[in-house]
Design a protein around this ligand. Sequence first.
Ligand SMILES: O=C(O)c1ccccc1NCC(=O)[C@H](O)[C@H](O)COP(=O)(O)O
Length: 209
Amino acid sequence: MQVKVCGMREPENIQTLIREVGPDLMGMIFYPKSSRYAGEKEGQEFSSFPVSKVGVFVNASLEEVLGTVNDYGLSFVQLHGDEDLKFVKKLHQQSAVKIIKVFRVEDQVNWKSLEPFEPYIEYFLFDTQTKMYGGSGRKFDWALLEQYPLKKQFLLSGGIDEDSASMIHALANKVPQLVGVDINSKFEESPGLKDIGKIRRFVEALREN
Ligand SMILES: O=C(O)c1ccccc1NCC(=O)[C@H](O)[C@H](O)COP(=O)(O)O
């Protein structure tokens, strides 16, 4: 099971995370309205961190996304807004960066609408529908994912906390396309600053089985 720790911003906190947890992916938020906005930091400082970096964007322009990929040395772009297929195709054409396309879930999912994205992306990510787009700390009804009909692998997100490991294992046993989790606000001391001990305990529980 892959682990993405999202909403990272502070260099020392990032170094401790890499040393003590070793996540598969580390997310940085490039949505200016987020309390975890990382876009004011110098890109160069982040490029050298030995972890795959994911830039999270909400309805940003293609130019902004491509510029940030370059400045921060991003391996993945996570499209967390209402980016359509046309946008995803253009990004795929113009860059080798891997794409995570987010679907924010309320009380149902239109699986048919996801299908056209499959050839252009690395993963889907399912998160809870919220006005702020992400980082809400709220879970959606994960049982909806038991009906997931596609081949594309996906990441689970939204309100995952220290006690979620057994629920995640149970879901992954039913739906093998679930290959990773994305954690954020339930592991924070303050926006953009993570409690690394808490993350380590969760990741140990997740990797136990
Ligand atoms: O975290 C944010 O502030 C944020 C704002 C706008 C779009 C996306 C955002 N976060 C992206 C993530 O991938 C979060 O990890 C995901 O929404 C889950 O957050 P949480 O429910 O706090 O675990």
